[in-house]
Design a protein around this ligand. Structure first.
Ligand SMILES: Nc1ncnc2c1ncn2[C@@H]1O[C@H](COP(=O)(O)OP(=O)(O)OP(=O)(O)O)[C@@H](O)[C@H]1O
Ligand SMILES: [Mg+2]
Length: 307
């Protein structure tokens, strides 16, 4: 099975197995996951593995453009349909005929547009804006969102019927912090990629640098990781990337729940203090006297604080 999706954690393996199952038939898929988890990549992989491979594949970002413009881009318009419509324009549904359409950030689509989309999903037909001719198309739909659509439905911002139409199969991509087993493999691949791109063969990460990356919670997921690796390779002046080559926020320990994969709760002040004392001791090269001086406490207190 060909894929560019890197990772061998249980989580990503089950995503990949779902991908190959849905690829072979035209079922509509909803791809969910936080920003930067690889939703677009999954959609591309599905297409690559499907019989529609090589057919038109169009992507629309439903959040980036105002709804009138989005509708005109989706369904097209006839000449004179609105001011500025100087000629007939085919929309994405027509251009993607026999292929697939990826509707990114579907959770941000306006209600009116959702209603029109629902009809295309149900009937595979629509009219261009300002037109009477009904156009039939054969388009596979994949949609993605980083929003919780059930929550959006509750708030009256997303049509429930559209949700069930789109969500025939949901592929959820877990955040990177829940599959940190994949991190070393991702890092290795990104290092190799940027070694070539920036002509810095042999440039690698030190063990501490890798550990620093493992301690961070990656709110921006794989996109953020890729950017951090790229940046450190571009800026590095030696053959080994050290923690210092990463932006400061990557190097800071996470203390709030959800910021770190292994701290699911708020630390008590004692625990926080103990963690800080250990950090300072590490910084002082294990020298307790020096650590006590830095902390402005006496060495006896330091010993009790270390427990
Ligand atoms: N498993 C993976 N292996 C390799 N690269 C990955 C993987 N997942 C994501 N990437 C890379 O991370 C970046 C972000 O991926 P992608 O654009 O697919 O994420 P997304 O979920 O669509 O993000 P957003 O919600 O911000 O649109 C891309 O450069 C992609 O190549
Ligand atoms: Mg995306």
């Amino acid at each position: 099975m060909k894929t560019n999706i890197i990772g061998s954690s249980a989580a990503i393996t089950s995503v990949l197995s779902l991908v190959s199952k849905v690829a072979s038939n035209d079922v509509t898929v909803l791809i969910t996951g936080e920003s930067g988890t690889g939703k677009e990549m999954v959609a591309e992989t599905i297409l690559q593995q499907s019989p529609r491979k090589g057919r038109p594949f169009l992507k629309m970002n439903c959040a980036a453009i105002p709804s009138e413009l989005l509708e005109s881009q989706m369904f097209g318009h006839e000449r004179g349909a609105f001011t500025g419509a100087v000629s007939r324009q085919e929309g994405c549904f027509e251009r993607a005929d026999t292929g697939a359409l990826f509707l990114d950030e579907i959770g941000d689509m306006a209600m009116m547009t959702q209603t029109k989309l629902l009809r295309v999903l149900q009937e595979q037909e629509f009219e261009r804006i300002g037109g009477n001719e009904t156009i039939h198309v054969d388009v596979r739909i994949m949609a993605a969102t980083n929003k919780n659509l059930l929550e959006e439905i509750k708030r009256g911002r997303f049509r429930e019927d559209l949700y069930y139409r789109l969500n025939v199969v949901e592929i959820h991509i877990p955040p990177l912090r829940e599959r940190m087993d994949d991190l070393p493999e991702l890092v290795e691949n990104f290092v190799r990629e940027f070694n070539v791109k920036y002509n810095k063969p042999g440039l690698a990460l030190s063990a501490q640098a890798l550990q620093t990356l493992l301690n961070y919670a990656w709110p921006g997921n794989i996109r953020e990781l890729r950017n951090v690796i790229e940046r450190s390779i571009v800026l590095s002046r030696s053959m080994l990337i050290e923690p210092d080559d990463f932006p400061e926020k990557i190097r800071q320990p996470s203390i709030m729940p959800g910021e770190n994969n292994d701290s699911e709760r708020i630390l008590t002040l004692d625990e926080m203090e103990c963690m800080y004392v250990k950090k300072v001791l590490e910084y002082a090269g294990g020298n307790k006297l020096k650590a006590a001086r830095l902390l402005n406490i006496d060495p006896k207190t330091l010993r009790t604080k270390l427990g």
